[in-house]
Design a protein around this ligand. Sequence first.
Ligand SMILES: CCCCCCCCCCCCCCCC(=O)SCCNC(=O)CCNC(=O)[C@H](O)C(C)(C)COP(=O)(O)OP(=O)(O)OC[C@H]1O[C@@H](n2cnc3c(N)ncnc32)[C@H](O)[C@@H]1OP(=O)(O)O
Length: 180
Amino acid sequence: MQPVRHPDAPAPGELLGAHYGQCFGCGGDQPHGLHLEARAGEGVSLTAEFTVQPAHQGAPGLAHGGVLASALDETLGSLNWLLRTIAVTGRLETDFVRPVPVGTTLHLEAEVTAVAGRKIYSTATGRVGGPDGPVAVRADALFIEVKVDHFVDHGRQEEIQAAMSDPDQIRRTRAFEVNP
Ligand SMILES: CCCCCCCCCCCCCCCC(=O)SCCNC(=O)CCNC(=O)[C@H](O)C(C)(C)COP(=O)(O)OP(=O)(O)OC[C@H]1O[C@@H](n2cnc3c(N)ncnc32)[C@H](O)[C@@H]1OP(=O)(O)O
């Protein structure tokens, strides 16, 4: 089935913001994180940027592949906010096409290609040298829709409780529940 953008999804061009301050991918309060910033696109698509820091190295001066996979995972995961669906990554297939040096800004774009029941299929590319530069990484993913219980049941108590007492998180969790 064709994906359907939620009527209350952020407008094209709007920043999505972090879903959780401590998230390794997008959290502003996470000192070790990627600080990835995603912006809504048309339909169920978005763009995002992430600049490779010295802490993200694998080989000397080059981004670690797992960090690049994390950037793709976070970008693809952000798409679910445009559907107003809570989902987790079930499968992430990554192609590393060219090495990405420290200091490079990765220009990511992603879109949901299909939705089938709880399954959300999506694809992403990361380009270097600008939004129209050569592709350095790409990924195809399958996200699976879950209930908030997924996090409450499996997450560590102290972080779950902190997230639940954060007014913004509660608002967001409510929004998920009233707009399934
Ligand atoms: C206080 C709290 C606030 C919360 C605020 C929330 C904020 C939102 C945060 C999101 C966070 C974002 C961060 C970035 C995105 C991550 O990185 S998420 C973290 C990484 N992912 C995970 O930890 C997921 C771990 N896996 C699981 O928990 C379970 O395997 C899953 C994915 C929930 C699926 O389990 P299940 O619900 O029992 O589903 P199941 O019936 O097995 O499968 C459903 C369907 O999917 C298919 N499927 C499942 N897994 C796979 C697979 N790996 N390959 C192929 N097909 C699969 C099945 O075949 C089945 O297909 P159908 O038979 O329906 O055709």
